[in-house]
Design a protein around this ligand. Structure first.
Ligand code: IPD
Ligand code: CA
Ligand code: CA
Length: 250
């Protein structure tokens, strides 16, 4: 399954790079939420590869949603994370594939095609980028560079209040428009914190496991362990996690 995840995510990355700057069709899914023909093509290929090898596994994928399976395994896929960036020719985007076994995420892979960076973790087996072990940073809150969601669209009032509070405590705040890019930077210690409001399971299932295996911490805003049902989450290097929980609950 590890080999399949890596093969599928690399193929996905190739399709994305081959089509970068050449989107044919934009699909408006809802309030400021887009997909393109390339999201669909990549998703189709990943699902094809999984079903060839494991026809009884379940699949939860952003564009197709749920394909039920008889096995205890379920793949959770975001074929293109950062569609808005991709559509406008900004090369900050990624692919995310996670594998759930009886309700627990046991494998996570993120691929950032433009940088050719493949992040990978299996439960209990540490985290790696292109085969090299990675660890979260040890920076304190006042030295931390953080990601505040990926942009501000919905619930802007509460988000902006918290943005102001956080901005007084951290060193710097960024927004990349791609959950996978931000989470993978935290896992390898380039960034230190993410506060995310609107992500879906396919945005963070792989990234959360990779951060934990790199020594970091991921919880919801109340400090409870993350799950695929989490509506919001904090991902950090673990050094100042409780301070962020307190700050968001003031
Ligand atoms: C989006 C990005 C973004 C997140 C949004 C997602 P998409 O994913 O991951 O970082 O904040 O909630 O919808 O639509 O580009 O796969
Ligand atoms: Ca996404
Ligand atoms: Ca997507």
């Amino acid at each position: 399954m590890k080999d399949l995840a890596i093969r599928a995510i690399r193929e996905a990355g190739k399709i994305l790079m081959d089509n970068f700057g050449r989107v044919d069709k934009v699909i408006i899914k809802g309030d400021r939420n887009l997909a393109t023909n390339v999201d669909l093509e990549v998703e189709k290929r990943i699902i094809e590869l999984i079903r060839e090898k494991y026809p009884d596994h379940g699949i939860l994928s952003e564009e197709q949603r749920e394909i039920k399976g008889d096995a205890d395994y379920r793949w959770i896929i975001d074929p293109l994370d950062g569609t808005h960036n991709y559509l406008y020719g900004i090369d900050i985007f990624g692919v995310s594939i996670a594998l759930e076994y009886r309700g627990e995420i046991i494998l996570g892979a993120i691929y950032i095609p433009k940088a050719d960076e493949l992040y990978f973790a299996e439960k209990g087996e540490k985290a790696y980028v292109n085969g090299k072990r990675i660890k979260v940073s040890r920076r304190k809150l006042n030295q931390a560079s953080m990601i505040f969601d990926s942009g501000i669209r919905l619930n802007s009032r509460i988000m902006l209040e918290n943005l102001v509070r956080l901005s007084r405590r951290v060193f710097n705040i960024r927004m990349f428009g791609s959950a996978t890019r931000g989470l993978s930077f935290i896992a390898e210690g380039k960034l230190d914190l993410a506060v995310k409001y609107h992500d879906k399971p396919w945005d963070f299932a792989a990234g959360a496991l990779i951060i934990e295996e790199a020594g970091g911490r991921v919880t919801d805003f109340y400090g409870r362990p993350w799950s695929l049902k989490s509506k919001h989450y904090i991902a950090s290097n673990g050094v100042f996690h409780e301070e962020i929980v307190r700050l968001l609950n003031k």
